[in-house]
Write a protein that binds this ligand. Structure first.
Ligand SMILES: Cc1cc2nc3c(=O)[nH]c(=O)nc-3n(C[C@H](O)[C@H](O)[C@H](O)COP(=O)(O)OP(=O)(O)OC[C@H]3O[C@@H](n4cnc5c(N)ncnc54)[C@H](O)[C@@H]3O)c2cc1C
Length: 452
């Protein structure tokens, strides 16, 4: 079996397989461009200012051992608790340690290959897959799991090559540190990635403001201090028998939040309770309703659902209060090269006028590209071209069966091809964070092991 991608999704699938498979039952090859397995895109940074946006009590990598991460934290710092928001660095170290212990406990079960998969093909007349690697080598496997992770964001408008040079990729902190301090910087986006970029830029004593621009100009809300991990609850009563429309669900949720507030409750708890049921709710909507949600409500949902750790929110508030950071709601129309930067023309939200600002650079934090039809990943491009994967209706990911088997353009399951990772968003909506991915990794490992 080959798992392509050694971030959280790929590593956890391999870890579960090694733990549950009888010795010598499976041979797993994990492919990743670097030998650093587990950390992936999210947990590879050394900066302790970058915090998890989920409390430690809900970040165990192992769904069947909910306190696994908290126990790890307590061994490092006894003052931590399930409600603590620890650094992503610590979480990366935890994943790496879990990975190392699993390999030591199951010697020979997992082989790591530092390489990139560039194409998949079926060997003529045989079952399974031929995996072509960037190094020119080829590997053979009966089952292949795609765990390719996040793809770089696309810029919302076409860029001239000179302007392109002024655009910085998300989390390219070195490039951000090199920017001159006296000039403004524009961050495209106002979500978590934008906040990461802002914190990085604000580390140096900048004289120019840092603009954050998005269509709605909405910033993530803040978690409660020391929240407890939500207890699994049955399907929320207030949504039972509600017709599957965005309007009806919104009305029911608003009413529920109002009642909750009157009882002294917190709206965050209501969203937490909804979370395990979100995929079911999403799938109960027809495509037209899903589209309506994406057009009218997604921005509001995202800032309530994906919240900031209290310390991060405090820091953000301070930067805004000091006017070191300024939020703009609007849509970029054109970019023009200047001798020392870019002139950005944008239409403020609700206005027909065009405003401009100048920035020495633009940090692109509009969010990962989920549209597999416009991907730069060569492997996904090849699979799409050959009809072996298919996009979902909204460009949020790819189509899979409930067991995470990839389906082709005719919606037939593709023999021996599986997917785990953020591109499940199209199928499930709520699928991109650890509390969901850990469950999928465990189920996928069991499914693979149950195969004849
Ligand atoms: C900055 C950030 C912070 C986050 N914070 C939180 C949080 O606090 N709490 C939470 O619950 N969730 C958080 N998440 C979400 C979640 O944890 C991640 O989405 C999750 O780690 C996804 O892991 P992944 O393995 O699917 O993808 P990735 O981490 O992107 O890993 C994919 C791996 O596949 C490799 N790969 C890609 N293509 C190939 C190829 N062709 N051949 C071989 N290898 C390939 C990549 O190099 C990479 O190593 C965060 C996400 C991000 C981006």
């Amino acid at each position: 079996m080959i798992i392509i991608g050694g971030g959280f999704s790929g590593a956890l699938t391999a870890i579960h397989l090694a733990r549950i498979a009888p010795p010598d039952r499976v041979r797993i090859t994990l492919l990743n461009p670097t030998p650093d397995i587990g950390r992936g895109l999210a947990y590879r940074f050394d900066d302790d200012n970058l915090l998890l946006n989920v409390p430690a009590g809900n970040m165990s990598a192992l769904a069947d051992e909910p306190m696994h991460f908290v126990s790890y934290c307590l061994r490092i710092d006894p003052s931590l608790s399930p409600g603590s928001f620890v650094s992503r660095r610590l979480y990366g170290q935890y994943l790496h340690d879990l990975w190392s212990h699993t390999r030591a406990a199951h010697p020979g079960a997992i082989d790591v290959r530092v390489d990139k998969a560039v194409a998949l093909s079926r060997p003529p007349g045989e079952a399974g897959w031929d995996v072509a690697l960037a190094s020119g080598e080829r590997l053979r496997a009966e089952q292949v799991v795609l765990a390719l992770g996040h793809q770089v964001p696309r810029f919302p408008i076409p860029l001239e090559p000179e302007v392109q040079e002024r655009v910085i990729a998300p989390w390219d902190f070195d490039a951000m540190h090199r920017l001159p301090n006296h000039q403004p910087v524009l961050i495209m986006g106002t979500g978590h990635t934008a906040v990461d970029a802002l914190f990085c830029l604000a580390q140096s004593p900048r004289r120019g403001p840092i603009y954050l621009l998005s269509r709605h100009g909405l910033l993530p809300h803040c978690h409660r201090l020391s929240p407890t991990a939500p207890k699994p609850k049955a399907f929320p009563e207030f949504l039972r028998d509600v017709p599957p429309t965005v309007r009806a669900y919104t009305r029911a949720l608003r009413q529920h939040l109002k009642t909750l507030a009157q009882q002294g409750g917190d709206w965050r708890d209501a969203l937490n309770e909804l979370r395990p049921h979100t995929p079911q709710l999403w799938q109960s909507w027809p495509a037209a309703e899903q589209r309506r949600f994406l057009r009218h409500l997604q921005a509001y949902w995202d800032v309530h659902r994906h919240r900031l750790a209290p310390m991060g929110a405090q820091r953000l508030d301070q930067l805004l209060a000091e006017r070191r950071a300024q939020v703009i709601a609007g849509r970029i129309t054109t970019l023009r090269q200047l001798s020392d930067g870019v002139e950005v023309a944008y239409r403020p939200r609700g206005s027909q006028q065009v405003s401009t600002l100048q920035a020495c650079a633009i940090v692109n934090c509009i969010g990962p590209n989920t549209d597999i039809q416009r991907h730069s990943n060569p492997l996904l491009a090849q699979l799409l071209k050959e009809g072996l994967i298919a996009p979902d209706a909204h460009g949020l990911g790819l189509r899979v069966t409930p067991d995470l088997q990839v389906t082709d353009t005719h919606q037939n399951p593709v023999e021996g091809l599986w997917y785990l990772g953020p591109l499940l968003k199209g199928a499930l909506w709520e699928a991109t964070a650890v509390p969901e991915l850990r469950l999928h990794a465990q189920h996928l490992a069991q499914t693979l092991l149950n195969l004849p």
